[in-house]
Design a protein around this ligand. Structure first.
Ligand SMILES: [Zn+2]
Length: 374
C-alpha cells in the first residue's frame, strides 16, 4: 500500500515524523518499504514493536516462544489482562496489537524458539530484514543472533535490561565491532539467577526498547545528518541516576565471530556452545520456577507433535487442554498424583515443553522422557 497515506485514509498520519529535519517523505517511503525483525516480545520488544509500528515500518516480523502471563503486565506494554488470562502466545498477541495500532503494517508472528537449527531460516527470508532488533532475555540467544547476523551481514539493534539498569548498542556490520568484539564471552551463569530473581524496572526496559526502535528507524530510513545512538554502547542506571556513553571499540582482529582472516568460529550457530534446556525466567506457576526442555532429537525444528493426541494420552495424569491453533497451538495442564503432583506442563507443537513448579533439570527431563517422549 501507499505509505504516504494509510489504511484509514489519513495523509497526515506520518506528518510529525516527516517534518523532522533530515527525514522527509523520502525517509518515510524507505520505512514503508522496510522490514524489521524483532526477536523477543518481552518488555524491550513491546516498546520497540509499538514504536516501529507507529513509525510506519512496512513489515514487522515478531518472534517469541513464550505465553503472556500476569507477571508480564507490569512492563510488557502490548498485552492486556485478557491476553494473560488466555495465556496467548506473545508473538501473536503482539501482532494483533500491531494490527490495531497501524493496519498498514504487515505484521507476522512466529511462535518459535530461536535455535541454531532455525535461526538462519528465520533471518534470511525474502526479503531479509533490514535490521534485527535483539530483545531476547538470555545470553546464549544473543550470541546465537550475533553469529547469524555477522554471517549474513544483517545489522543488529541490541538491547538488554535487568534490575534498574539497561544497555543499548548497534552492531551495524559496516566493518564495525560485533557483540563478541565488545563482550568476547557471555558472563558466567549464576545458579538460580534469572530475571525473576533480579526483577526488572519497567521504565528502564521501555527506554531501552525505545532506543532500539530509534536505532532501527535510523538504520532503515537513513535520515540525513542523524547519528542516533550509533557507534556507542549506552548504559542507563535508574538506581544510580546515571547515563553513560562509551564509544564502541574497533573490531577485534581476533574476534571468533567476525574476524576477517577466514578463521571464524560461530560457536553458537554451529551448536558447539548451545544448550538445549535450562531453568527459565518464565513464571508459569506462581513464581515456583520452571525448566524448559527441548526435544531430544537432532534437527529439533523439524519435530511436530500431535498435541490433541498428547492431551488425551495425558488425561490419565491430570487435566490437560489445548489452546490456539496451527503453529501457535499449545497444550497445558497440571499433573495430579505421583512424584509430579502439582507440576504444570506446557507443550508446544514443535515438541518444546516448559515444566513449571520445579527448577530441577533432572526432574523435568525425566518427566519429559516418560510422559511426552518426543
Ligand atoms: Zn566481532
Amino acid at each position: 500500500m501507499d505509505h504516504a497515506t494509510d489504511a484509514i485514509g489519513d495523509a497526515g498520519r506520518y506528518d510529525r515524523q516527516s517534518r523532522l529535519p533530515g527525514f522527509g517523505a523520502t525517509c518515510q517511503a524507505r520505512l514503508g518499504a522496510a522490514h524489521a525483525m524483532v526477536i523477543g516480545c518481552g518488555a524491550l520488544g513491546c516498546a520497540a514493536i509499538d514504536l516501529l509500528a507507529r513509525a510506519g515500518v512496512g513489515r514487522l516480523t515478531v518472534i517469541d516462544r513464550d505465553l503472556v502471563e500476569s507477571s508480564n503486565l507490569q512492563r510488557q506494554s502490548l498485552y492486556s489482562e485478557a491476553d494473560a488470562q488466555q495465556g496467548a502466545p506473545k508473538a501473536e498477541a503482539a501482532a494483533r496489537r500491531v494490527a490495531l495500532i497501524n493496519s498498514g503494517v504487515r505484521a507476522e508472528a512466529l511462535v518459535e524458539d530461536v535455535t541454531p537449527e532455525n535461526v538462519e531460516r528465520l533471518i534470511v527470508p525474502h526479503p531479509r530484514p533490514g535490521v534485527l532488533v535483539d530483545c531476547t532475555d538470555n545470553f546464549q540467544t544473543r550470541y546465537l543472533l550475533n553469529d547469524a547476523a555477522v554471517k549474513h551481514g544483517v545489522p543488529v539493534a541490541y538491547g538488554a535490561a535487568v534490575g534498574w539498569a539497561g544497555m543499548v548498542a548497534s552492531f551495524e556490520r559496516s566493518g564495525g565491532a560485533c557483540l563478541r568484539c565488545v563482550f568476547p564471552e557471555p558472563p558466567a551463569e549464576v545458579a538460580g539467577q534469572s530475571c525473576d530473581v533480579a526483577g526488572v524496572f519497567g521504565p528502564v526496559a521501555a527506554m531501552v526498547g525505545a532506543m532500539q526502535a530509534a536505532e532501527a528507524v535510523r538504520m532503515l530510513a537513513a535520515p540525513a545528518g542523524v547519528a542516533g545512538f550509533g557507534g556507542a554502547l549506552w548504559t542507563i542506571d535508574a538506581q544510580l541516576g546515571r547515563w553513560q556513553r562509551v564509544a564502541l571499540p574497533e573490531p577485534d582482529a581476533a574476534c571468533p565471530a567476525c574476524r576477517q582472516d577466514g578463521a571464524r568460529a560461530h560457536e553458537w550457530l554451529s551448536g558447539a556452545r548451545w544448550t538445549r534446556e535450562g531453568v527459565v525466567c518464565a513464571r508459569l506457576s506462581g513464581g515456583r520456577g520452571a525448566v524448559r526442555v527441548m526435544p531430544g532429537q537432532a534437527g529439533a525444528s523439524a519435530v511436530t507433535i500431535d498435541l490433541g493426541a498428547l492431551a488425551s494420552r495425558l488425561g490419565a495424569h491430570g487435566r490437560f487442554a489445548l489452546r490456539g491453533q496451527g503453529r501457535g497451538a499449545v497444550m497445558t495442564g497440571r499433573l495430579a498424583g505421583g512424584a509430579w503432583e502439582g507440576l504444570d506442563v506446557t507443550v508446544f507443537g514443535d515438541g518444546r515443553a516448559v515444566i513449571a513448579g520445579t527448577t530441577d533439570l533432572s526432574v523435568a527431563r525425566s518427566l519429559y522422557a516418560r510422559l511426552i517422549g518426543v
